[in-house]
Design a protein around this ligand. Structure first.
Ligand code: AVI
Length: 331
């Protein structure tokens, strides 16, 4: 049934990178002085499933806290958004939060999830379409970290850009500001509902990214499995270990894949040397004080309207309107 529904949904293709571009990007990252890979490569089908598992781990406070904040303030959010909204969700992944939102909004018109993981995007979109027959569901296969065309048939005044999960934190502060500025410029008059993880005790952060069941480790190591499968690499998974360290200077978690020995790995035909202890940075997860984030968004052209925070000040959900007055000269 879902399969049939999935086939019936038209997927809009945004600007997903080609295999050749990904190969070039990955080789550039692995041959840099500090080896690094974009966190977007963590999300193949298995990676998306593992990330869903992370979201329900006891140590990973972010998802349940954001859900609680969204749910506690659903009526106020719905009143701010108004009727007939077109919801564009960036980095959609699991549709759990979108459902919570769609349940509370006043007769939403459409739901347009934008994601990089095709199979997962279709499956989630199909499930939403099956549950909300009155909502037009239009999945968009795109990498939102690159310029992409916003879904068509949407009036800016009614558009709600929904960007939950603190995915914005996986971009550098500069890239986050640039993405927000580009969104503000292209969605003049739209609203933005965005979840942002807050700076907190280093031990809490450490445990959230080094969980006791090893799911985050599996999620991280799955990146190497993916490179083996899709780029013909020969990473020996047993000789790499997951680690995540908190960097209090940049207020961010740095997720690493650490080589346990001196070794040479071939990736897409290129030999890459790893010294023992050398690591690939596979993700940064930036944390923001609520005011810092509101200031960053304001400078990017989003007028702060409301910010909700849980009682333990772990996670923030901000609501902005595009002001069209970004510091980058937008509009
Ligand atoms: C998707 N993103 C916001 C998660 C985070 O917390 O940065 C990804 C993640 N990585 C490890 N655990 C969760």
């Amino acid at each position: 049934m879902l399969q049939q529904r999935a086939r019936a949904l038209a997927i809009a293709h945004g600007t997903a990178s080609s295999l050749a571009e990904c190969r070039q990007d990955i080789l550039a990252g692995l041959t840099a002085a500090q080896k690094h890979l974009s966190p977007k490569y963590l999300y193949d089908r298995r990676g998306s499933e593992l990330f869903d598992e992370i979201c329900s781990l006891p140590e990973y406070y972010a998802t349940r806290t954001e859900l609680a904040v969204l749910s506690a303030n659903a009526a106020e959010i719905a009143a701010l958004v108004g009727p007939s909204a077109d919801v564009v969700e960036l980095g959609a992944g699991s549709s759990l939060k979108a459902r919570l939102l769609l349940d509370s909004l006043d007769r939403p018109t459409s739901y347009q999830p934008v994601d990089i993981s095709a199979a997962y995007l279709l499956q989630q979109a199909a499930e939403v379409a099956a549950t909300y027959p009155s909502v037009t569901v239009r999945p968009v296969l795109a990498d939102f970290t690159r310029p992409f065309t916003l879904p068509s048939a949407v009036t800016a005044q009614r558009m709600l850009v929904f960007f939950p999960g603190s995915t914005i934190g996986n971009l550098s502060r500069e890239h986050a500001a640039a993405l927000l500025a580009s969104l503000a410029e292209r969605t003049h008059g739209a609203a933005l509902l965005i979840g942002v993880d807050i700076c907190k005790d280093a031990a809490v952060l450490h445990d959230a990214y080094n969980d006791s069941r090893g799911v985050t480790a599996e999620f991280n190591l799955n990146l190497l499995t993916r490179l083996n499968r899709e780029l013909g690499a020969d990473f020996d998974l047993a000789s790499f270990e997951h680690d995540a360290v908190y960097d209090s200077v940049h207020n961010r978690i740095e997720m690493r894949l650490v080589s346990q020995r001196h070794q040479v790995v071939r990736v897409a035909g290129v030999a890459i040397l790893f010294r023992s202890g050398e690591y690939i940075v596979s993700e940064h997860s930036h944390k923001y004080a609520p005011k810092e984030f509101a200031d960053l968004a304001r400078a990017a052209g989003w007028a702060p309207s409301r910010c909700w925070i849980d009682d333990d000040a772990r996670f923030s959900v901000h609501y902005f309107r595009a002001s069209g007055a970004g510091a980058n000269g937008a509009n």
